[in-house]
Design a protein around this ligand. Structure first.
Ligand code: GDP
Length: 325
């Protein structure tokens, strides 16, 4: 099937065509890469934009329960929802996103939802690039909301933040008054902190945790461009679908504000630039791993190792040689 026909099918909402296209962008084969680039460029115009929501939280905090309940609420409002995961399946405690059959079972049966199992490559940079392209495919396929999930291993939040319009941090009620060791950098990325499991016996602890984080967010005051009150901390119960409508209202309010202020377009433009530069960086690294660059590196490396050349001089020489090739 030619590219134009595949692009047409994806745009028409054909799920198998979409799934196949995601498999294509995940492939490492050079001929697949060429096809993927052709398909992505065929899908660029006319532009369709989804609301891309990044969601991070440690294993067990309730991400799949939340995504299922939240996703069903959105499809219930007539929206089309796609769910993607950034982390390689090896980095997840519970296996792949659909490895466990009960994960998001109801949402996966919903005709207005599309759930993509997590990619299996081990290198985060590579996975992020594929996820970004999968997001673009979902946008072209007409999804209104794309949820991008990460378990928060190391730098993956930063990657998800670069893929998202909104970033949610899901937390569990804390036992004491500690802030669960959440890194400041991650808190700074969050637009909404959702303290999950605010139900039953856990509710009082959840409400205390919300208050603690609300205080911490006030102190951070890191984004003067955001509307008053943001970033926010609020309680939810994914299990009881409580607080989800309120959380969605906040997301929509923040989105509307950012659009009106021109921040939305600026953020998307910055992200496009980031991913362009990242692709170039990855391409340069890949080129270094190929001959003749690999041989040049090895040769200069040997000379550095035996003391013949200083590391910085060898690096300068390597870069000079690269400039020529
Ligand atoms: P994930 O690893 O972050 O995807 O977490 P899961 O969604 O698999 O949930 C982990 C556990 O927490 C499961 O036993 C869920 O039933 C439970 N859980 C998830 N959300 C809630 C909630 O809102 N309230 C309560 N009480 N339990 C929850």
């Amino acid at each position: 099937m030619d590219i134009t026909e595949r692009a047409r099918l994806i745009r028409s909402g054909d799920r198998r065509a979409l799934a196949r296209a995601i498999t294509l962008v995940e492939s490492a084969r050079p001929d697949h890469r060429d096809e993927a680039l052709a398909l992505l460029s065929a899908l660029r115009e006319p532009r369709r934009e989804a609301l891309r929501i990044g969601l991070s939280g440690t294993p067990g905090v309730g991400k799949s329960t939340f995504i299922e309940a939240f996703g069903l609420m959105l499809t219930g409002q007539g929206l089309k929802v796609a769910v993607l995961a950034v982390d390689p399946s090896s980095a997840r405690s519970g296996g792949s996103i659909l490895g466990d059959k009960t994960r998001m079972e109801r949402l996966s049966r919903d005709p207005d939802a599309f759930i993509r199992p997590s990619p299996s490559q081990s290198q985060l940079g590579g996975v992020a690039r594929r996820t970004r392209e999968a997001v673009a495919l979902c946008e072209a396929a007409g999804f209104d909301v794309v949820l991008i999930e990460t378990v928060g291993v190391g730098q993956s939040e930063t990657v998800v933040a670069q893929l998202s319009d909104l970033f949610l941090l899901l937390l569990a009620p804390a036992g004491g008054d500690e802030l669960q060791g959440v890194k400041r950098g991650i808190m700074e990325m969050a637009d909404l902190i959702l303290v999950n499991k605010a139900d039953g016996d856990l509710k009082p602890a959840a409400l205390r945790t919300v208050a603690d984080y609300a205080g911490a967010l006030q102190l951070l005051r890191h984004r003067p461009q955001d509307p008053p009150g943001f970033p926010k901390a609020m309680p939810v119960s994914a299990l009881e679908s409580a607080g989800l409508a309120k959380a969605w209202e906040e997301m929509q309010a923040l989105t509307a504000w950012r659009k009106a202020q021109g921040q939305w377009d600026r953020a998307r433009a910055d992200q496009a630039r980031h991913w362009f530069e990242e692709e170039v960086r990855q391409g340069l690294l890949a080129a270094l791993a190929r001959e003749p660059q690999k041989g040049l590196m090895a040769g200069l490396g040997d000379r550095v190792a035996c003391g013949d050349l200083a590391p910085e001089a060898a690096a300068a020489e390597m870069l000079r040689l690269l400039g020529r090739t």
